[in-house]
Design a protein around this ligand. Structure first.
Ligand SMILES: NC(=O)c1ccc[n+]([C@@H]2O[C@H](COP(=O)([O-])OP(=O)(O)OC[C@H]3O[C@@H](n4cnc5c(N)ncnc54)[C@H](O)[C@@H]3O)[C@@H](O)[C@H]2O)c1
Length: 440
C-alpha cells in the first residue's frame, strides 16, 4: 500500500519505518526541516534500539522516504502522528493536529482514510470527521488507531503488538487496516475493531492503568520505608499472586516520559469536563509528582539540609532506559531541585546527554563516561536503570566519590552488597544502609 505518515517523531518514525519493512511504500512528512534533512542524509534523530538499521534498510530499498512537503503525502492511507502535549490545565493541546487537518484536507479523495495515531481525547475522531467534511465537501473516512509502543522497545512492540485497536464506523476501514496490520498479528494476537470513541478511550485507560500501578507501588514503597518493611520482598509477595502479577510494579523515582503524565492529566480533565470527579486519576498524578522529589528529600536529609557547595553525580537522565527521551524525566526534577539549592551537578547518560545539554547548557558538567561523573562528587544518584549501571566496579565508585554515598532511585543494588562494600545507601522503600561510624 502507499502510505503517508505525517509527524515523524517517536511514533511517526517507528510507524512509518515498520510499515515500510513489510513492503509498503511509505512517505514520512514533518514540518521540522532539520529533522527531515537528517533523515534524508541517513541519520536518525532519536535513539531507539534497532531503528537506525531498519530506516537504512528501507530507505535503500526505496520503500521509505522523508519530506517536509505535505503535498507529497497524497495517498490512500494517511497516518497522523502529531504531538498532543498538555495545556496548563491538563487538557490536550490539539492545535498542531488541527492545523495538519486543514493542510491535508485538499489532498483527500473520497476513498482516502485518515488514521489518527496520536493520542486524542474522546470525541476527536468525530470532530475531525465533521471538520474534514466542511473542508472537503464529502464524508471522509477517519479512523482511530492508538499506538501502544514503549520507547526503548518500540520496534519490537510495533512488530509484535499485544493487540491492534481500530476505531472506525465503516467495515471497509476495518478491512483496509486489518489487511495492513495482518503481517504484525501472525501470532494470533487480536485486531480489535470498535467505535472511535472506545478506541480513543482505550488508549487513555491503558496508560492510566499502567500509571496507577506505578503510583500504587510507589505509595507502598514509601509505606514500607516508614514501617521498616522492604518493598522488594513485598513486591515478590504480591507479584506471585496470579491476580496481581509483576508487570509495572517496580518502585522508583516516579514515572516520566511524554505519555503517562500527560495522558493521566488529560483523562482527568475529560472526566471533569463531564462533571465527574476523577479521584483515582488525580491521586495517581499527585503521588507521582511527590515521588519525583523522593530522591531529593533523601539527599537533603543525608546532608542535614546543607547542600550549598556540594557536588552530586547523576547516572541516568532519560526517563527510562533504551531511549534518549528526557520529557518529564524524574532525573530533571532532581537536577532542578539540587541546582536551586546551589549544588554542582556532574551528569552521565549513554544516550540523552545531548538532549539535556540542549536544555541546560553550561549549567551542568556532562560526562560521556559513567565513572568520570563521580570524580570529586559528594554522592551518586542513580535515576535511570540503564543496564551498565547494574554491575558497576564498586571499588572504583568508592575511590572516585568523596564519600561512599549512593542514592538509588531505581533499586538496582542489593542491601547486602552495599553493606559489604561499605556504602551508605538509600533506595526506594527499603531500609537505609548506614555506616557504623560516620564517613570522613
Ligand atoms: N512517544 C511515545 O512513546 C508514544 C506512544 C504512544 C502514543 N504516543 C502519542 O503519539 C503522538 C506523537 O507522539 P511522539 O512522541 O511521536 O511526539 P513527537 O513530539 O516525538 O513527534 C511529533 C512530530 O510531529 C511533528 N509536527 C508537529 N506539527 C506538525 C505539522 N504541522 N506538520 C508536520 N509535522 C508536524 C513534529 O515536528 C514532531 O516531529 C502523541 O499524541 C503521543 O501521545 C506517543
Amino acid at each position: 500500500m502507499k502510505i503517508a505518515v505525517v509527524g515523524t517523531g517517536y511514533v511517526g518514525l517507528v510507524t512509518g519505518t515498520c510499515l515500510a519493512e513489510t513492503g509498503n511504500e511509505v512517505i514520512c512528512v514533518d514540518c521540522d526541516a532539520a529533522k527531515i534533512a537528517m533523515l534524508c542524509k541517513g541519520r536518525v534523530p532519536i535513539y531507539e534500539p534497532g531503528l537506525a538499521e531498519l530506516v537504512t534498510r528501507n530507505v535503500s530499498a526505496g520503500r521509505l522516504n522523508f519530506t517536509t512537503d505535505l503535498a507529497a503525502a497524497a495517498s490512500r492511507l494517511l497516518f497522523l502522528a502529531i504531538g498532543t502535549p498538555s495545556l496548563p490545565d491538563g487538557t490536550g493541546d490539539l492545535s498542531a493536529l488541527w492545523s495538519v487537518i486543514a493542510e491535508v484536507a485538499p489532498l483527500l479523495k473520497p476513498e482516502s482514510i485518515v488514521v489518527l495515531k496520536s493520542t486524542v481525547p474522546v470525541g476527536t475522531n468525530a470532530a475531525v470527521t465533521a471538520r474534514l467534511e466542511q473542508l472537503t465537501g464529502f464524508r471522509c473516512q477517519v479512523a482511530n488507531n492508538p499506538e501502544f509502543l514503549k520507547e526503548g522497545a518500540a520496534i519490537e512492540d510495533f512488530m509484535k503488538p499485544d493487540r491492534v485497536v481500530i476505531g472506525a464506523r465503516r467495515d471497509e476501514v476495518f478491512d483496509v487496516l486489518g489487511e495492513l496490520y495482518q503481517p504484525y498479528l501472525r501470532t494470533d494476537k487480536p485486531l480489535l475493531c470498535m467505535s472511535p470513541e472506545s478506541a480513543e478511550m482505550t488508549k487513555y485507560a491503558a496508560n492510566a492503568m499502567l500509571a496507577t500501578k506505578i503510583s500504587f507501588i510507589n505509595e507502598m514503597a514509601n509505606l514500607c520505608q516508614a514501617t521498616g518493611a522492604d518493598i522488594n520482598q513485598v513486591r515478590r509477595g504480591i507479584g506471585h499472586d496470579s491476580r496481581i502479577g509483576f508487570a509495572f510494579l517496580f518502585p522508583g523515582a516516579g514515572y516520566g516520559g511524554s505519555c503517562f503524565p500527560k495522558d493521566v492529566r488529560a483523562l482527568a480533565a475529560t472526566a471533569r469536563a463531564h462533571g465527574l470527579r476523577p479521584q483515582i486519576l488525580d491521586a495517581v498524578h499527585e503521588v507521582n509528582v511527590r515521588q519525583k522529589m523522593v530522591v531529593f528529600d533523601k539527599i537533603c536529609r543525608h546532608f542535614r539540609g546543607d547542600l550549598s557547595g556540594r557536588t552530586i553525580a547523576v547516572w541516568g537522565l532519560a526517563f527510562k532506559p533504551g531511549t534518549d527521551d528526557i520529557r518529564e524525566a524524574p532525573a530533571l526534577v532532581l537536577i532542578d531541585a539540587l541546582a536551586a539549592r546551589g549544588v554542582s551537578l556532574r551528569v552521565h547518560d549513554p544516550e540523552a546527554l545531548q538532549n539535556v545539554r540542549r536544555q541546560y547548557g553550561s549549567r551542568l558538567v556532562y560526562c560521556t563516561q559513567q565513572y568520570e561523573a563521580l570524580q570529586g562528587a559528594d554522592a551518586l544518584a542513580v535515576m535511570t536503570e540503564w543496564k551498565h549501571f547494574v554491575h558497576p566496579d564498586f571499588r572504583r565508585v568508592r575511590q572516585l566519590l568523596r564519600q561512599p554515598v549512593i542514592f538509588d532511585g531505581r533499586n538496582l543494588y542489593s542491601l547486602r552488597q552495599m553493606r559489604q562494600s561499605g556504602f551508605t545507601y538509600y533506595s526506594i522503600g527499603r531500609p537505609d544502609v548506614l555506616p557504623e561510624k560516620p564517613h570522613g
